[in-house]
Design a protein around this ligand. Structure first.
Ligand SMILES: Nc1ncnc2c1ncn2[C@@H]1O[C@H](COP(=O)(O)OP(=O)(O)OP(=O)(O)O)[C@@H](O)[C@H]1O
Length: 603
C-alpha cells in the first residue's frame, strides 16, 4: 500500500484522464479512492478555467469528501489549481449551476427560482388534477420519457395526463417555486431549451466524477448524458448491489451499462476493508460475488447471527441484541437497529406515530425524531416545516432559508428554533407526556411564545388561523413515545433508523429488523430492490450482524439462513429469574434488575 491506498485502489486513481466506470463492492473504500482520484485528475488536468466536479447523493457523503480532500491537499501541499474542484450533491450541483441562475427564463418566472418542501401554506392553491381527483402539487413527479416526460402522482404512481401536469407545473413555475422532484424537470428543460447554457456548463465542468452512481435516476442520467453529448467526460463509481432508490428510477443500470461502454475504462474494487471475513462471506453468498475480506477474524465473539422475535415483543429482541453487543464488546453507541422503512423504525423505537393532524402531527413527529430516533437534525427540520405551515402565504421561500440559512437574519431564526427543539422543558414538550391532556396544552403555550418572538424579532407574519391549525384533533390521551417494557432493566437505547439513512456508514454492530418478506428477499439476492435493501443493511456491520427474524417464519427460513452463513443465537427472556445461568447449556447471560436473558447457542 502507498499513501494508504491498496494496489487496486491506486490503479484506479492513477488511470489517465478519460471516462471511467468503477464498480466496487461494499466497504471497498470508494470514499478514499474517489478523493485520491479527484486529486489525481485535478493534477493531470491542465486547464486554466475548467473545474472538476465530484458529486454524490447525500450531504453526509459530500461533507466527508470535502473534509477528506482538504486533508489530502494539506498533507501533500496542493498545487496551484488544486482547489479548482467542486464537491457537492448532484441536486445542489445542477440547482446552483443551472436552475437558480438560468431557470427563470424557462419557468417564465420573474424571480430567482426557489425550492419548496411541500408543507408551505401557499401551496394549498397549487394542485394537479389526474382526471378524477386533485392532488397536492408536492405529490407530482415528472419522469423522463425520451425527449419528453410522463407524469405520475401519489404512492401508487397514478398516471396524470401530460396536459394537466404541465399546466400545474407551469403555474407553480411562474411563481418561481419548484419541488425537489420538479427541480430536475426544470433543469432538463433549461438545458434543452437554452443551448448556450448547456455549452457554458460543459466548458466549466469538462470532467465530472459521480460517487454512489447506482443511485443515478433516469432524470439525473438524462442531464449527465446531455453534458456528455457536449464533450464532458463522465466517470462513475458505485455498487449496483446497493441500488435502493428504485422509486426514483435509479436501478443501477446506467452504471452497469457504462461499465461495458466502448471508450470507457472499466475497473473493479473487490477488497472489503470494513467487515470481518464471516460477514463478507455472507455478503458474497447474498450477492453472488467473490469479494475478499481485508480484515482478519477477531478473537472474541463476532459474526453474522440471527435471533427470533414475536410481533409486539420487539423489546425482547432489543434486549437480546444488547446482550450480543455486550458479548462482542461493542459499545451500544457503535450499534444500530436498522429497519426497512420508517414505519418499522417507529415500531422498533416504540413510537406512536399515529397522533395529531397537520401541523400538530408534524410537531409530534419532531418529538419522535428527537426522543426515539435521536435524529436532532430531522427533528429541527420537522419543526421548521410545522412553523412554515403557520406562516402567511406571502413568505414563500422562508422554509428553505430556515433549514439552510445563508444570512444573519435567518441564522437568528435558526437559533430560536433550535432552542425550541432542543429543550423539552421550555420548548417542544416531552413525548412522555399524555398527548391530549398534557403535551398539547404545553405545545400551544410554548408555540405562542415562539411565534411571538419570531414575529417581534424577525418580522415573520403568521396566519390568523394559527389556533385552528394547532387544534388537538386526532390526539390520544397516551404518550407519543411509549416507554419500552425493558427500560427498567437498563437495556441501552440504540439508534433506531432506516437502511436508507445508514447507507454509506460503517457500524460496529447492526440489528436488521425484518419480517418474513424482508428475510426472503435478502436470501434471494440483490436482483430485486428489497434484497438490495437487506444487503445494504447487512454490509454496514463491521463485527457483528444480527438478523431479527419473526419466530413464526423461522422454521421455513432457517435452512437458507444457515446456508447463507448466519448462525442461530436464540434468546429466551425470563422475568424475575434467579441470578446466574439456570440452564446448563447457557453460554452467556446478563442479569439486570431481576431479568435474566440467556443465549442458547444451537449451532
Ligand atoms: N486501503 C485501505 N486500507 C485500509 N482501510 C481502508 C482502505 N480503504 C478504505 N478503508 C476503510 O474501509 C472502510 C470502508 O470504506 P468506505 O466507507 O469508503 O467504503 P465504501 O466503498 O464507501 O463502502 P459502502 O459502499 O459499503 O458504503 C472505512 O473504514 C475506510 O477507512
Amino acid at each position: 500500500m502507498i499513501d494508504g491506498l491498496s494496489p487496486e485502489q491506486r490503479e484506479v486513481v492513477e488511470l489517465p484522464l478519460a471516462p471511467l466506470a468503477v464498480t466496487a463492492c461494499a466497504g471497498s473504500g470508494k470514499t478514499l479512492t474517489a478523493i485520491h482520484r479527484l486529486a489525481a485528475m485535478r493534477s493531470a488536468f491542465d486547464d486554466e478555467h475548467g473545474l472538476i466536479a465530484l458529486l454524490s447523493f447525500s450531504n453526509v457523503a459530500v461533507e466527508t469528501f470535502r473534509a477528506g480532500y482538504h486533508d489530502l491537499m494539506r498533507a501533500v501541499g496542493g498545487h496551484r489549481r488544486s482547489m479548482a474542484v467542486e464537491i457537492d450533491t448532484v441536486d445542489a450541483f445542477i440547482t446552483c449551476n443551472v436552475l437558480r441562475p438560468h431557470g427563470h427564463r424557462t419557468m417564465n418566472a420573474s424571480r430567482t427560482p426557489f425550492l419548496v418542501e411541500g408543507g408551505e401554506a401557499f401551496l394549498s392553491s397549487f394542485k394537479v388534477y389526474d382526471g378524477s381527483i386533485s392532488h397536492p402539487i408536492r405529490d407530482l413527479r415528472a419522469r423522463v420519457n425520451g425527449p419528453d416526460f410522463r407524469f405520475e402522482v401519489g404512492r401508487g404512481s397514478k398516471f396524470v395526463p401530460p396536459a394537466n401536469a404541465k399546466a400545474s407545473i407551469e403555474k407553480l413555475g411562474k411563481s418561481g417555486a419548484y419541488t425537489h422532484d420538479l427541480g430536475r424537470y426544470w433543469v432538463l428543460r433549461t438545458l434543452r431549451e437554452q443551448p448556450d447554457i448547456l455549452r457554458a456548463f460543459t466548458r466549466r465542468y469538462p470532467h465530472i466524477l459521480v460517487d454512489e452512481a447506482q443511485d443515478i435516476s433516469a432524470e439525473h442520467q438524462a442531464i449527465l448524458e446531455l453534458l456528455a453529448s457536449k464533450g464532458c467526460q463522465l466517470s462513475l463509481i458505485g455498487d449496483v448491489n446497493q441500488g435502493i432508490y428504485d422509486f426514483s428510477g435509479a436501478d443501477g443500470k446506467f452504471l452497469n451499462d457504462y461499465h461495458g461502454t466502448a471508450g470507457v475504462t472499466a475497473r473493479r474494487l473487490t477488497v472489503n476493508y470494513r467487515s470481518i471475513p464471516a460477514i463478507v462471506k455472507v455478503a458474497n453468498a447474498l450477492a453472488g460475488t467473490n469479494d475478499v475480506a481485508h480484515r482478519e477474524a477477531p478473537d472474541g465473539f463476532s459474526g453474522p447471527h440471527f435471533i427470533t422475535f414475536k410481533k409486539g415483543e420487539e423489546d425482547k429482541a432489543i434486549a437480546a441484541f444488547a446482550s450480543l453487543c455486550d458479548r462482542a464488546k461493542i459499545d451500544p453507541k457503535d450499534a444500530a437497529i436498522v429497519c426497512r422503512s420508517v414505519d418499522w423504525s417507529e415500531t422498533w423505537s416504540g413510537a406512536d406515530s399515529d397522533q395529531g393532524q397537520g401541523v400538530v402531527r408534524t410537531f409530534a413527529n419532531a418529538v419522535l425524531q428527537r426522543e426515539r430516533q435521536r435524529r436532532m437534525g430531522d427533528a429541527y427540520n420537522s419543526c421548521c416545516v410545522a412553523i412554515a405551515g403557520l406562516l402567511t402565504d406571502d413568505q414563500h421561500d422562508c422554509l428553505v432559508h430556515m433549514k439552510r440559512p445563508l444570512d444573519e437574519h435567518y441564522r437568528g431564526i435558526r437559533r430560536l428554533i433550535w432552542d425550541f427543539v432542543r429543550d423539552s422543558d421550555t420548548g417542544l414538550p416531552s413525548g412522555s407526556l399524555k398527548a391530549l391532556s398534557e403535551w398539547h396544552p404545553l405545545l400551544l403555550d410554548r408555540c405562542k411564545q415562539l411565534l411571538q418572538a419570531l414575529s417581534q424579532d424577525f418580522g415573520l407574519t403568521f396566519c390568523p388561523t394559527v389556533g385552528q391549525r394547532l387544534a388537538k384533533k386526532a390526539l390520544k390521551d397516551s404518550p407519543l413515545v411509549i416507554a419500552p417494557d425493558l427500560a427498567a432493566v437498563h437495556v441501552p437505547r440504540f439508534r433506531v433508523t432506516t437502511v436508507h439513512k445508514v447507507k454509506g456508514e460503517s457500524i460496529g454492530a447492526v440489528l436488521y429488523a425484518a419480517d418474513k418478506k424482508h428475510v426472503r428477499a435478502l436470501l434471494d439476492g440483490t436482483k430485486e430492490e428489497l434484497g438490495r435493501i437487506g444487503y445494504v443493511a447487512a454490509t454496514r456491520a463491521r463485527d457483528l450482524l444480527v438478523l431479527a427474524v419473526p419466530e413464526a417464519a423461522t422454521k421455513e427460513l432457517e435452512a437458507d439462513l444457515l446456508k447463507a452463513g448466519f448462525q442461530r443465537a436464540s434468546a429466551t427472556v425470563s422475568v424475575n429469574a434467579p441470578r446466574g445461568p439456570t440452564n446448563p447449556i447457557a453460554k452467556d447471560a446478563i442479569d439486570t434488575s431481576g431479568m435474566l436473558i440467556d443465549f442458547l447457542e444451537t449451532d
